[in-house]
Design a protein around this ligand. Sequence first.
Ligand SMILES: NC(=O)c1ccc[n+]([C@@H]2O[C@H](COP(=O)([O-])OP(=O)(O)OC[C@H]3O[C@@H](n4cnc5c(N)ncnc54)[C@H](O)[C@@H]3O)[C@@H](O)[C@H]2O)c1
Length: 422
Amino acid sequence: MATTNRYDVKDLALAGEGVRRIEWADRQMPVLAAIRDRFEREQPLAGYRVSACLHVTTETANLARALKAGGADVVLCASNPLSTQDDVAAALVEEHDISVFAIKGEDNDTYYQHLEAAIDHRPHITMDDGADVIGVLHSHRREQLGDVLAGTEETTTGVIRLRALERDGKLGFPVVAVNEARTKHLFDNRYGTGQSTIDGIVRATNVLLAGKRFVVAGYGWVGRGVAMRARGMGAHVIVTEVDPMRALEAAMDGFEVLSMESAAAVGDIFCTATGDKHVLTHEHFGLLKNGAILANTGHFNVEIDIPALRDLAVETREARQFVDEFTFPDGRSVYLVGDGRLVNLAAAEGHPALVMDMSFANQALSAEYVVQNAASLERKVYVVPTEIDEEIARLKLATMGISIDQLTEEQQRYLDSWDEGT
Ligand SMILES: NC(=O)c1ccc[n+]([C@@H]2O[C@H](COP(=O)([O-])OP(=O)(O)OC[C@H]3O[C@@H](n4cnc5c(N)ncnc54)[C@H](O)[C@@H]3O)[C@@H](O)[C@H]2O)c1
């Protein structure tokens, strides 16, 4: 393990492989590359310290490079103990001179030590994926709250926590909810998670999806993506929901909608995508078929009640890498993938770079936005400004060689009026 107070990564000798993989991702991140080029020229983040707590992957490495190109002093730690790519962590330290505190598989204590190390950097800007840095700053590091200009938050679960802080009047600085950008959740939550979740389940288990009953819990942005892609692989997809509108949408999209109690008895593969807790729990485990596979792609590992699963099992063993087998007293076995953590990161490589290009373009431009607008921002959760969203969509279309029509002046007038042309 390579440790100094500037970094803590598994092995700096892995850097060469990391460099190659970061370059590979960069080729599929043209929007962020365009922003990096402009940042290099304009230096919008010069003099600002950034503490980023994100999945330490090739794509995040390219975000860190863009921020650094813009003049920021960046420290990176992991937002999940299993998602770190050790070669990338090493490459960031060795090749890009960026401090990283992250080791794949680190225990809980190390995970939190790394988080504290990122906060020791005394950030002006925080970047979170699950509100961990902001959580620590609002608990025992409150003396640093005043140093922070603003934060950004990548995912739904983090935004929910931050809105709760804001509601209680306790949010210590403004935060931009990157998750709420249309260019983020359309690409990331739906298309990115849709593909990479299936990838994680297949890599871990090598199951054939065709003909299987695949249960998706939650039909939000993520659930819709997973359901769509599982259907594309030939699975019979069943959706469970608690929101009547979303349940109706799933039914109208042609999926079977069942309660989890009914789905538990018929499903072959389960994937939770709710951001909620105990979606699959004791009462459902008793109903599962022998051989059922359980995975989660929601942010925290609480969607599947793993302590209850352990309690119920008479025997537990690792069946394959990233797959644990739980055998119940009646002889049935069920399989938990990736310890119930985000399966696309635990057992695959997270989102394809092209997807993260959109998310991280939002992160980079949001960092620039908070620096430029620090004086006028209040202690609130802000959505990404429409101009940023549209700028990213335009840049993306340009990289795809797609040009679209513009409203004519006549059309604009017509759409803005209430009495013209009726
Ligand atoms: N794996 C990834 O890479 C990845 C990417 C983006 C988001 N996420 C995470 O995925 C989760 C879902 O995100 P989203 O953007 O789809 O959120 P969302 O709010 O759009 O959707 C969540 C859905 O789950 C439903 N739900 C809540 N409790 C439920 C229950 N007990 N049973 C069935 N349905 C229930 C809600 O009604 C809602 O429709 C969050 O935790 C988010 O942070 C993961």
